[in-house]
Ligand binder design. Structure first.
Ligand SMILES: Nc1ncnc2c1ncn2[C@@H]1O[C@H](COP(=O)(O)OP(=O)(O)OP(=O)(O)O)[C@@H](O)[C@H]1O
Length: 252
């Protein structure tokens, strides 16, 4: 469903060019849970920003459900993001003046969905994520973990094809992180949600079904979990990170 073909991304001008992505190619099947890892500056966020249409590629193409997103006209980008992509960011990105219920249903409301249908879908998603009793509250009235679960509900409530998560556990303590990762892997297994998650944390990555490693803007390696337990997979991820170099204490 997602095909990244030979993408390159340069920043800067003539005399001062940074090659952030260098001929990166991979594809993602529906229902995969993919983690993208790599040292600081390896291009993870740039890759996610290009896929989310927040940034544009310098060369190559990105196809989502067969559609080349680089060719989408500017005026269609907002709708494309709202309808096809779900976002989960480190800092939650919920609107402070809306309740969790309103936040989760925002994309549907903007699309003029029937209010009763919005309410039904929001409650269903909230129920799956265990925040059905928090819906009337504002973001400042709930915990970080609950905020992030609301962000996950928002990311899937409109039937978005792809959930993009950038360091989703970055602002959570270890208990809330574990809880969120279990929820994400449940969304992935039970609802076939397709998830692409950037993380520098091996523990978070061990919940994915496949891990892509970036080094200096290039794909360096990939690991597939297959039937291995999460614990075994976690140790394999640490081994690749050690190979990648850099400070291991920086990545666990
Ligand atoms: N807007 C920009 N202008 C110029 N250079 C940039 C810009 N954004 C990123 N870069 C450069 O591109 C490279 C990749 O950056 P990117 O943010 O994608 O890395 P990352 O792997 O997400 O790092 P981190 O883990 O620290 O967030 C880096 O060398 C960075 O300095």
């Amino acid at each position: 469903m997602l095909e990244v073909r030979n993408i390159e991304k340069y920043y800067g001008s003539k005399n001062n060019v940074t090659k952030a992505l260098d001929r990166v190619s991979f594809s993602v099947a529906k229902g995969e849970f993919i983690a993208i890892m790599g040292a600081s500056g390896s291009g993870k966020t740039t890759l996610l920003n290009c896929i989310s249409t927040i940034d544009t590629v310098s060369a190559g193409s990105i196809l989502l459900d067969g559609e080349n997103i680089a060719e989408l006209p500017e005026r269609e980008l907002a709708r494309f993001r709202r309808e096809r992509l779900g976002f989960v960011f480190q800092d939650f990105n919920l609107l402070d003046t809306l309740t969790l219920e309103e936040n989760i249903g925002l994309a549907l409301t903007i699309n003029h969905a029937d209010p009763q249908e919005v309410q039904k879908r929001v409650r269903e998603a909230a129920g799956r994520l265990g925040i059905e009793n928090e819906l009337a509250k504002f973001p400042y009235q709930v915990s970080g973990g609950q905020k992030q679960r609301a962000a996950c509900a928002r990311a899937m409530v409109a039937g978005q094809s792809l959930i993009l998560a950038d360091e989703p556990t970055g602002a959570l303590d270890s208990k809330a992180s574990k809880n969120l990762l279990e929820i994400m892997s449940k969304m992935n297994r039970a609802m076939s949600a397709t998830i692409l998650m950037v993380t520098h944390d091996a523990y978070s990555a061990s919940y994915a079904s496949r891990v892509l490693f970036l080094k200096d803007g290039r794909l360096f390696n990939e690991l597939i979990r297959a039937e291995r337990t999460r614990q075994v997979f976690y140790h394999e991820i640490l081994d690749v990170l050690a190979l990648l170099g850099g400070d291991v204490s920086d990545v666990i």
